[in-house]
Design a protein around this ligand. Sequence first.
Ligand code: ZN
Ligand code: ZN
Ligand code: ZN
Ligand code: ZN
Ligand code: ZN
Ligand code: ZN
Ligand code: ZN
Ligand code: ZN
Length: 272
Amino acid sequence: MTESCDCSKCKQSLYGLKYILKDEEAYCTKCYEELFSHNCETCHKLIGCTSKDLSYDNRHWHSECFLCMECSRSLVDRPFATKNDLLMCTDCYCNKYSAKCKACLKTIVPGTKKMEHKGNSWHENCFTCNRCQQPIGTRNFVQKEGNNFCMPCYEKLFALQCVHCKKPITTGGVNYREQPWHKECFVCIGCKQQLAGQRFTSRDDFTYCLECFCNLFAKKCASCTTPISGKCNLTLHISRVNPPPPPAPKLTCTVHMFPLMVSFIGVLILHT
Ligand SMILES: [Zn+2]
Ligand SMILES: [Zn+2]
Ligand SMILES: [Zn+2]
Ligand SMILES: [Zn+2]
Ligand SMILES: [Zn+2]
Ligand SMILES: [Zn+2]
Ligand SMILES: [Zn+2]
Ligand SMILES: [Zn+2]
């Protein structure tokens, strides 16, 4: 107590009164509250010197007012979180603001590992392959109709098999006669170059680039003796015929080329 035993502010004697010491000065309770007390964030009333003043982030509460705004549980001595200046117990905070696991529908507690894909979240252990039920973790996966599959399972279940090598086609691939092929497997039987995206033709179930096909099968033009093929320019052949060619049926190129070639020539579209 100060020597004078008077309130530092109003100077009234503190003898027999409650008083509060602050920074080695004594104050009557009224002066102390005027000078130092705060208003409670929740009830807006003064936090008197007989109440406990809880402060956080320059804001103050009565201890009985320091409650979760969602469930009204006391947050005294309990972990809490704030959002937009509102106090919440961590349970309510998690329920309200944390991601929910798409599989088990429970909250993913902040700070724990979570898997995210296309706006959905999972607990690490809930992010499993729909077929083998193993956690996918950082492995590659495929999402199909809302289900996730690890690659081996996906291939077993869904992937197309190349008609040539019988292995699954995971990316790319081409369709030919309504059957799937690897691009790498769909090649010219003669020179082995890939035919996807190129003009090609086929004969007896074998596919050929036009060059190989011409060399192997195409009829030689009767007029110019070069092979007639899709690559050959019909007008070129025609122009070499001199005098001007007789009517269509007798044109060697027309007769040999179109019935044979046109129905076979295709350009494969890559599908992804
Ligand atoms: Zn006073
Ligand atoms: Zn209050
Ligand atoms: Zn709560
Ligand atoms: Zn989960
Ligand atoms: Zn699997
Ligand atoms: Zn293949
Ligand atoms: Zn070829
Ligand atoms: Zn010709």
